[in-house]
Design a protein around this ligand. Structure first.
Ligand SMILES: *Cc1c(COP(=O)(O)O)cnc(C)c1O
Length: 417
């Protein structure tokens, strides 16, 4: 090691002294303590309690020898913004601690993270197997784009492990799923998922965006890569886009290298917003979980509601799996069907709601509501909608952190009138 980076006396910064480091799977503190403190230096620039936003696109060296020392010994310091920045390091350490993972890599969106890990890990001729209820852009990336590079994607019915096993060939390199899925909130048996991967020596990836690290701990089951759209609960305020992929340092090294080349990184300002959002992650998530459960129960008991998809309800087809795997709660996303309603009558319910705003996305403090048929499948053929289980009378509500009673009262008036 060479001498640490010299800092002017007015900027006393402890070198990467982190308060609540976690080792894989074993958090050293509770989730809220980690959310506030993990990854952050105890003493920061100018004795501030919050981190400074370091806007620099590049980083300078004292002299040529310092450059050579950096190149030869790669001591921890910044070089150029595409390869990392101080705000990114803090957020990544915080996210790794929350996930119970060795390392986390932050991207400019959830999609950039998915594209990054698949591009880094797959070569021409490789194959992947997907459970079919997954984010439509992830599917699109595989079928439309990875296919152009000779990667073959197989899609099988969600939760059907026999079908997944039958789709595996000697060229299969990755098994991919979400848990819970959107909009049906199907939960995956992670023990079976990981066992199948291990039996065939294939890596596994879970998109756990809808669950968050508070509700689901895929790393503890042995999942290789955990992905989140940080745009949702992790950022939590409907004001930024970001994505994160977690796993071991060794497995993520090629993903990090590719990110440095593709350039799908975040600006320091965006990272600061994510860091700020993360401070209240555990608190917000508790309310999302409470609202989700209470509103799902209200809806299930309402005479105008035909069916509710929520993993915390015993009526959900994968409730038993959810009970075993989602230990923190079941999240804020609820899908329900309005009894006997055509698409217009369903739209009328949405248009009468006063608190949730109409829009895609989920996981922010503001509740959002939408009709999947209109929002995501308007231009799709009826057969396509049927295939993905999108019915005319389906409503998806992403519960925010508003008062439970207010949201219930609002839904009641919208359904009753
Ligand atoms: C939103 C979402 C994504 C994509 O994330 P972006 O941040 O919008 O790019 C991927 N997976 C799931 C489950 C999502 O909800």
């Amino acid at each position: 090691m060479t001498a640490p980076t010299k800092l002017p006396d007015s900027l006393p910064v402890e070198e990467n002294t982190r308060t609540t480091e976690s080792t894989a799977g074993k958090p050293t503190a509770g989730a809220s303590t980690l959310a506030v403190h993990a990854g952050e230096a105890r003493r920061k620039a100018l004795d501030a309690v919050t981190d400074a936003i370091v806007c620099s696109s590049t980083y300078t060296f004292d002299d040529t020898q310092s450059v050579i020392d950096f190149i030869e010994q790669k001591q921890p310091r910044e070089e150029y913004g595409r390869y990392g920045n101080p705000n990114e390091r803090v957020v990544e350490a915080k996210l790794a601690a929350l996930e119970g993972a060795e390392e986390a890599l932050v991207f400019s969106s959830g999609m950039a993270a998915i594209v990054g890990v698949l591009m880094a890990k797959l070569n021409s001729g490789d194959e992947i197997v997907f459970f079919d209820q997954c984010y439509h852009r992830s599917r699109e990336f595989c079928f439309k784009h990875l296919a152009r590079f000779g990667v073959v994607t197989h899609q099988v019915k969600t939760g059907d492990f026999d079908a997944m096993e039958r789709a595996i060939t000697p060229r299969t390199k990755m098994l991919v799923s979400e848990s819970p899925t959107n909009p049906h909130l199907t939960c995956i048996d992670l023990e079976q998922f990981v066992a199948l991967g291990k039996a065939h020596e294939i890596e596994t990836l879970i998109d756990a965006t809808l669950a968050t690290p508070l509700n689901l701990r895929p790393i503890e089951y042995g999942v290789d890569y955990v992905l989140h759209s940080a745009t949702k609960y992790l950022g939590g305020h409907n004001d930024l886009l970001a994505g994160v992929i977690s796993g071991t340092r060794e497995k993520l090294e090629s993903v990090r290298q590719l990110r440095g080349v593709m350039g799908g990184i975040n600006s320091p300002h965006n990272l600061y917003l994510l860091q700020r959002g993360l401070k209240t992650f555990q608190l917000r998530m508790q309310r999302h979980n409470e609202n989700g459960q209470a509103i799902a129960e209200f809806l299930e008991a309402h005479p105008r509601v035909e069916r509710v998809y929520y993993p915390g309800l015993p009526s959900h087809p994968t409730h038993d799996i959810a009970k075993r795997t989602m230990l923190g709660g079941y999240g804020g996303l609820i899908t329900f069907l309005v009894k006997g309603a055509d698409w217009r009558e369903t739209a009328n319910v949405i248009d009468r709601v006063k608190i949730p705003r109409i829009g895609p996305s989920l996981g922010g403090v503001e509740s959002l509501i939408e009709q999947p048929l209109v929002m995501s499948y308007f231009n799709h053929a009826p057969a396509d909608r049927e295939r993905f289980g999108i019915t005319d009378n389906m409503i998806r509500m992403a519960c925010g952190i508003e008062d439970t009673a207010d949201l219930i009262e609002d839904l009641r008036q919208a359904l009753d009138s």
